[in-house]
Ligand binder design. Structure first.
Ligand SMILES: Cc1cc2nc3c(=O)[nH]c(=O)nc-3n(C[C@H](O)[C@H](O)[C@H](O)COP(=O)(O)O)c2cc1C
Length: 392
């Protein structure tokens, strides 16, 4: 017997460990039995085949997190249709049977090591910088994205001005999410996460400066939420009951990190509630230090609310749904407080997981975490590049 083994499911051993760190406590989360509250945050690694199939190398990469003790793996953003959703060359997709089948070894390896695995569904919209199906992009409106394409995902220069999506293209995008979820379920995934954060298509619709539409998909916050609502409800109808659907939301964007929701507390509350009403089973709040570290109120300027909660706590309170918090949570004192004070139910770790695929085991053993080295994502964020850096 090794000094510490992560049990495949809830057990007395897990209960014992939970006394040492709140994140090691098992949890029933959105219908899934998780052996602990450590999740791997979604991270694009642009290492699929050119035609979007997951590889053996990717199965090894995800298996390392499962074998290292993570309770939940959220995959990298995966494109959903053969029209405009692909954002990056060598991004994985789930648009046909071959792509779905290629995910099987990832799922099987994760399950064999006792983790649950959720597929993140992503439509890049106007910030697409590599799409083998189209050489032009679409977005809610013909507004050039802020900033520049991401070099670590093979982009350079500014993003082009997208074409304003037609109703037909909007319908195609919604159908893409729904069909992708059905394929994900068939491939054995434990759920899907709809990526409505970080400046991608759904977030472009939520954001007033990228959504200038005059039809029912634009306007006030409720109208800007319409597409997200349709995606959640169509995905729910297509995938059927008993298949968890999460929704990731954030204020900051890849190309506008300091963006804050203009409607503050009221808009955030309405957005969370709308996602829950549309059928989301959990919410994933991605943030930066400013959103909750050190557990700061979400909207501190609100004068009438001295007790303003953190964003994940607000999401939990308004919806009653389980919430994943993400962003800078490798700091032990913060991670403990997020759980102990019930700001969130699960912690998603990105860069700390890259540096420590066995992070839950380390935490349980009281071992120090390795610092994250940003060089592993340079010049490209590929898996092969990370291996080369590790051996340099
Ligand atoms: C290499 C890399 C790729 C990422 N790709 C995605 C992605 O595909 N989908 C997503 O929602 N977030 C993505 N993110 C953001 C992370 O999920 C997370 O929000 C971010 O790393 C902050 O969390 P951390 O402080 O624990 O690293 C990515 C981050 C990194 C470092």
């Amino acid at each position: 017997m090794t000094p510490f083994t992560v049990p495949p499911a809830v057990s007395t051993e897990a209960a014992e460990l939970s006394r040492t760190h709140p994140a090691l406590a098992a949890i029933r989360f959105a219908g899934l039995e998780l052996r602990n509250r450590f999740a791997v945050a979604p991270m694009t690694r642009v290492s699929a085949t050119e035609d979007g199939r997951a590889t053996q190398e990717m199965a090894e990469y995800y298996a390392a997190f499962a074998e290292g003790g993570f309770g939940l793996l959220i995959t990298e953003g995966t494109y959903t249709d053969t029209a405009f959703s692909q954002g990056y060359l060598h991004q994985p997709g789930i648009t046909d049977e071959a792509q779905a089948a290629a995910w099987r070894p990832v799922v099987d390896r994760a399950h064999a090591a006792g983790a649950r695995v959720v597929l993140q569904l992503m439509h890049a919209g106007a910030v697409s910088q590599g799409n083998r199906f189209r050489d032009w992009s679409v977005g809610p409106s013909a507004v050039q994205p802020l900033g520049e394409q991401l070099a670590k995902y093979r982009g350079s220069g500014r993003w082009p001005v997208p074409a304003e999506m037609t109703r037909c293209q909007i319908g195609e995008a919604v159908d893409g999410f729904a069909a992708a979820a059905v394929r994900a379920r068939t491939a054995g995934f434990d759920g899907v996460e709809i990526h409505a954060a970080n400046g991608y298509l759904l977030d472009q619709f939520l954001t007033p400066y990228t959504n200038l539409r005059g039809d029912e998909y634009g306007g006030d916050a409720e109208e800007r939420f319409r597409l997200v609502r349709e995606v959640i409800s169509e995905t729910r109808s297509a995938a059927g009951p008993g298949f968890p659907i999460g929704v990731r939301l954030s204020q900051g964007k890849i190309n506008d990190p300091s963006w804050q929701w203009p409607g503050g507390h009221a808009e955030a509350s309405a957005t969370f509630l709308a996602a829950a009403t549309a059928g989301a089973d959990y919410l994933h709040l991605a943030g930066s230090r400013r959103d909750w570290l050190p557990l700061a109120p979400a909207f501190p300027d609100a004068p009438s609310r001295p007790e303003e909660p953190t964003l994940p706590a607000l999401a939990r309170k308004v919806t009653g749904l389980p919430v994943i918090a993400n962003g800078g949570l490798q700091e032990d004192a913060v991670a403990r407080r997020v759980l102990d004070e019930q700001h969130a139910d699960v912690l998603a770790l990105g860069t700390a997981a890259l540096a420590n695929p066995d992070l839950p085991r380390r935490v349980a053993a009281g071992e120090a975490l390795a610092p994250f080295d940003p060089q592993v994502l340079e010049p490209l964020a590929t898996l092969g590049n990370a291996r080369a850096s590790a051996h340099a």
